[in-house]
Design a protein around this ligand. Structure first.
Ligand SMILES: [Ca+2]
Ligand SMILES: [Ca+2]
Ligand SMILES: [Ca+2]
Length: 305
């Protein structure tokens, strides 16, 4: 099933410049994509690409990681608890943004911005994007408060668009845009990649914070009990088995230190390596103890898992 994505997006109000000029790759699949990029590979068919499940800490081979009958997509996009059984939240319009790096050993070297939307169309409509009235993405650097850098300066060609209609949880929409190299992103860290949309009259906003750590560009996600999962966007050589590259994942305890123009600075006081999505958490995480990490806006604005 093919759509004229640029026209669709413009008609839907998604007239973000980079989407229009990027001659998006068209991908429409109800269960998985065509696999030509990491944004298309969805092994378990839960509408979250494998590369996003990595950063969201869900299982890319199980559509319901915690077995509570609520799909990973729904729990992730709601900012719910996809790793822990929880009561369902009321179905509503939702949006969530992720930035992902290459997979270890993967053929796609690009960094991607992914925007996921759940649209609850009024009147039982079976299309979601037609209810999207405005759409805007930008990058913010805390050193320049209030300045919104348009993301078209960071985007490249090859966007992926997918849409899937569900019986109970509305229409699911994925827009993934390949971005410039991680090296360029590194020059604007720490930063937050934001998306804002109006869906059926409701305004939604979601952001992904990216921070510099000694191992590269990293995302940070709450992991309960005052701990946070820090993972690098790009694979780095494992310190225990140098032949294996992995996106480094550590579960850190952060102690607030100071607050400055770039955000709140935390000292890493402890680092664990336990099962976080069966990821590559390893003993080298202990090397993170003593790091200082600056997070724009502080940890209270992070979205959990
Ligand atoms: Ca998936
Ligand atoms: Ca999954
Ligand atoms: Ca679940």
């Amino acid at each position: 099933m093919h759509r004229k994505i640029p026209l669709l997006l413009v008609a839907a109000g998604l007239a973000t410049t980079y989407v229009v000029v990027a001659a998006p790759h068209q991908s429409m699949a109800a269960n998985g994509g065509n696999g030509s990029s990491v944004a298309d590979v969805d092994t378990d068919g839960d509408f979250l690409p494998d590369v996003v499940e990595w950063i969201a800490l869900t299982d890319s081979t199980n559509p319901d990681t915690d077995g509570d009958q609520i799909s990973d997509f729904v729990e992730v996009i709601e900012g719910g608890q996809p790793r822990h059984e929880s009561a369902p939240l009321p179905a509503d319009q939702q949006m969530r943004v992720f930035v992902t790096g290459p997979e270890p050993g993967g053929a796609d070297p690009r960094t991607w911005m992914h925007v996921f939307l759940r649209v609850m169309p009024p009147g039982g409509s079976t299309t979601g994007s037609g209810h999207i009235q405005t759409f805007h993405t930008w990058l913010e650097n805390p050193a320049l408060p209030g300045v919104q850098f348009p993301l078209n300066g960071f985007a490249t060609a090859g966007a992926v668009f997918r849409e899937q209609v569900t019986a109970e949880h509305g229409v699911w929409v994925q827009l993934s845009v390949p971005m410039v190299s991680e090296a360029v992103l590194q020059t604007v860290l720490p930063c937050t990649i934001w998306a804002e949309t109006t869906v059926a009259g409701q305004q939604l906003q979601s952001g992904q914070k990216l921070i510099p750590v000694p191992a590269g560009v990293a995302s940070v996600v709450p992991f309960g009990d005052g701990r946070y999962v820090v993972q690098t966007l790009s694979p780095i050589p494992s310190t225990s088995t140098l032949s294996v590259e992995t996106n480094k994942v550590c579960i850190l305890t952060l102690e607030e230190d100071t607050t400055g123009p770039a955000g709140t600075t935390y000292i890493v006081t402890a680092a664990d390596c336990e099962s976080a999505n069966d990821l590559e958490c390893e003993t080298s995480c202990s090397q993170s103890v003593g790091w200082t990490i600056t997070i724009p806006g502080g940890t209270e604005l992070l979205t959990g898992n």
